[in-house]
Design a protein around this ligand. Sequence first.
Ligand SMILES: NC(=O)c1ccc[n+]([C@@H]2O[C@H](COP(=O)([O-])OP(=O)(O)OC[C@H]3O[C@@H](n4cnc5c(N)ncnc54)[C@H](O)[C@@H]3O)[C@@H](O)[C@H]2O)c1
Length: 365
Amino acid sequence: MVTEVIKTSELHKVDPVFGQMSFDNHEQIVFCNDKDTGLKAIIGIHNTVLGPALGGTRMWNYTSEWEALNDVLRLSRGMTYKSAITGLNLGGGKAVLIGDAKTQKTPELMLKFGEFVHSLGGKYITAEDVGMATSDMDLVRTVTPYVTGISESKGGAGNPSPITAYGVFMGMKAAAKYKFGSDILEDKVIYVQGIGNVGEALVENLSNEGAKVYVSDINQERLEEVRDKYSVNIYGGDNIYTEEMDIYAPCALGATINDFTINQLNTKIIAGAANNQLAEEQKHGKMLREKGIVYAPDFLINAGGIINVYAELENYDRKEIMRKTENIYNTTLEILKKADADNITTHQAAFNVAQARIDARKNEK
Ligand SMILES: NC(=O)c1ccc[n+]([C@@H]2O[C@H](COP(=O)([O-])OP(=O)(O)OC[C@H]3O[C@@H](n4cnc5c(N)ncnc54)[C@H](O)[C@@H]3O)[C@@H](O)[C@H]2O)c1
């Protein structure tokens, strides 16, 4: 497993694509360019053994092409294991568009991107990620059927974020059951870092259960809005990691669990929505284990969103979406126990189960 967060200045020191540290035997990497619309995109297809590679499109103002490539390699790989552990017949893929979504995203650019997705004949299916809205996917849908996450009015499953949050809530409860002997979160001190689409919905679930919720975000307006809506506390300090808490829920960016923060963390459980939370999977997974912090693997508990978009492909209904998402509780509990039994990190335990499913399908073929 090779998914370290690498300094941009280091990336160019190795071979351009297959030599990148985040390259993990990806099946296909497609570079897309269109002069007229200014489109510069990379589609990463990590693995299609279980099915077509499904994963969102992220638009981000990357500081270099190396950074964009590294991101798409890491994210597409993560999708492979997320779908595998969730029992979905999907492979892992992701796309990144290089540019500022606020100023450079145009309908023409999105349509051109859709044409590139279409040219892959269904091997890659897109959806929304950071910098994308449901309306963008609706636009892409006009040039290709290989897109999910479209509006409910157009036959899609709508916004996946509340379902993702519900899955995280289930995973968090399972971790509490494992660590505290009860999955009731009432009075538990929980810090939610990042109260965007998923973070807010998670706060709603937690405050309904009577948890003592603290929220942090770089957006002050959002903090006040969420505080007033759910009667939660705004974290007023300057280093969330040193605060004493029961549960830390990273719901903003990846790699917040790293050499620097692990030594400071004063929590019993980590369970959140962000992708790629561990800066280095093996090293930081082990460090958490040694500190006795229960880590609910990100790709396992944040799978609600992919369950939601998968419904568009398989035509299953809301009830089935909720059933599959609720099952994240059982899977998380099993993985935490398995990690103990096998004396490995929880991340490794989840990864092994996902990899075994992929290997079994490959052997069948
Ligand atoms: N939306 C989904 O269904 C889904 C599914 C799986 C995983 N995820 C992951 O969950 C995370 C959140 O997704 P989202 O859709 O809510 O995104 P979002 O963009 O709606 O919200 C992110 C929030 O984090 C805040 N933020 C950014 N940097 C921060 C920092 N340093 N400290 C505190 N807050 C900060 C932003 O201001 C924003 O409010 C992302 O990592 C995403 O990849 C989302």
